[in-house]
Design a protein around this ligand. Structure first.
Ligand SMILES: [Zn+2]
Length: 383
């Protein structure tokens, strides 16, 4: 359907892993700037700095009481254990939320013989141990992430009343002044140029992940929409943003929203549509709110998907680049194919993503933007 159908392939296959702040991410940003330029846009790189993290030691977890080793992955921004690690017993310690209602991780605590805290382990609820960003101050501690198999094993032992004695070692450091970029392209509206819709998708990948579904697929859909509007100018101004460093926790989108706030143009944005995984996962999830955008997004999905295709609607939760907008009171619609087995894995590659899902996502995004005026809220009847 599109001449740009190679964007996903270029990001996921030619460039591959593109963690925010690395040379690969910079290459991806330059590539996307060129891609928007080829479509006739005056595309801009917006650079920002943030505090990154480097893994400096292997992360290891030995279960001394049962003489086995469990896979453990880094939790980014974790404090390090002392050289040689810590040794203690495991106990359950509630739940940690990466994203409430979406990504909740059972937590275990390693304590010494006096019951004093040494470190935490998180259990990945579904799949292998993979490095995850620690997003909130709740994670300022020493952390590792174990796989769902490892967690099951631990749960069984703890339920049986076994003492599970472990040695855990990890090491990493915070690195100031990582530099990364958002790629921004705008087309002025023909009818309401002062009102703006922002459509966005992050182009970076998670640590060690190929990032085909997450989120080269979303960028593919984003570029497809941009290609369409280059030839069919929209009523409202549309700004396309390919965000950097989402996987470090929404760094690029938060920077973008703060800049718009600082220069007094945030209020021009009447709606924000976000794409994070235009395929890969089991079914299309739509997180939309507040107000009429829920209905508009629902109608757009009905317009595009067949009745027998599953979809799921819910209110807005955190987890991607729509969130900083939503926090500023801007109506948002977020599209994500979820759940996804290969989430943040090296195996999140091209053959996981169907062309049809990307085409559907492209069509849904266009329908949301084109149909905004079906509601009085956006038609501006009160003006
Ligand atoms: Zn993503």
């Amino acid at each position: 359907m599109s001449t740009t159908m190679n964007v996903m392939e270029h990001l996921a296959s030619e460039i591959g892993v593109r963690v925010g702040g690395t040379n690969a991410a910079h290459e991806a940003a330059n590539y996307l700037q060129d891609t928007f330029s080829e479509l006739g846009y005056d595309a801009e790189l917006q650079s920002f700095k943030f505090e990154g993290y480097e893994v400096t030691r292997d992360w290891e977890l030995d279960v001394l009481s049962h003489d086995i080793e469990l896979d453990v992955a880094p939790v980014l921004y974790s404090e390090s254990t002392p050289e040689g690690g810590v040794e203690g017993t495991l106990r359950e310690a509630g739940t940690a939320y990466l994203v409430e209602d979406l990504f909740e991780l059972p937590r275990y605590e390693i304590v010494d013989d006096d019951g004093e805290h040494l470190a935490y382990l998180l259990g990945n609820v579904d799949g292998a141990a993979f490095p995850i960003p620690s997003t909130e101050p709740q994670f300022v501690d020493t952390y590792g992430l174990i796989s769902s198999d490892g967690m099951e094993w631990v749960d069984e032992r703890l339920e049986a009343g076994d003492e599970v004695r472990v040695a855990f070692e990890c090491g990493g450091k915070r690195v100031p002044n990582y530099v990364d970029h958002n790629v921004i392209a705008t087309i002025e509206g023909t009818d309401k140029p002062d009102e703006e819709v922002v459509i966005g998708a992050h182009y970076d990948s998670a640590y060690e992940a190929t990032g085909a579904a997450d989120n080269a697929s979303g960028v593919e859909a984003l570029v497809n929409v941009a290609e369409y509007y280059a030839e069919h100018p929209p009523d409202r101004t549309v700004t396309f943003v390919a965000y950097g460093s989402e996987e470090w926790w929404l760094v690029g989108s938060r920077y973008y929203v703060n800049e718009r706030k600082a220069n007094g143009t945030l209020d021009d944005i009447v709606a924000k549509v976000n794409i994070d995984m235009a395929g890969g996962g089991e079914l299309l999830n739509v997180w939309a709110g507040d107000g009429d955008i829920k209905t508009i997004a629902g109608d757009a999905v009905q317009q595009v998907l067949d009745d027998d295709e599953d979809r799921h609607y819910q209110g807005v939760i955190s987890g991607s680049d729509h969130w900083p907008y939503y926090q500023e009171g801007i109506p948002v619609a977020m599209l994500i194919f979820w759940p996804y087995d290969q989430y943040h894995q090296p195996s999140d590659d091209l053959d996981q993503v169907s062309t049809k899902d990307i085409e559907d996502t492209t069509a849904i995004v266009k329908a949301i933007v084109d149909n905004l005026d079906r509601s009085p809220e956006f038609a501006g009847v009160e003006h």
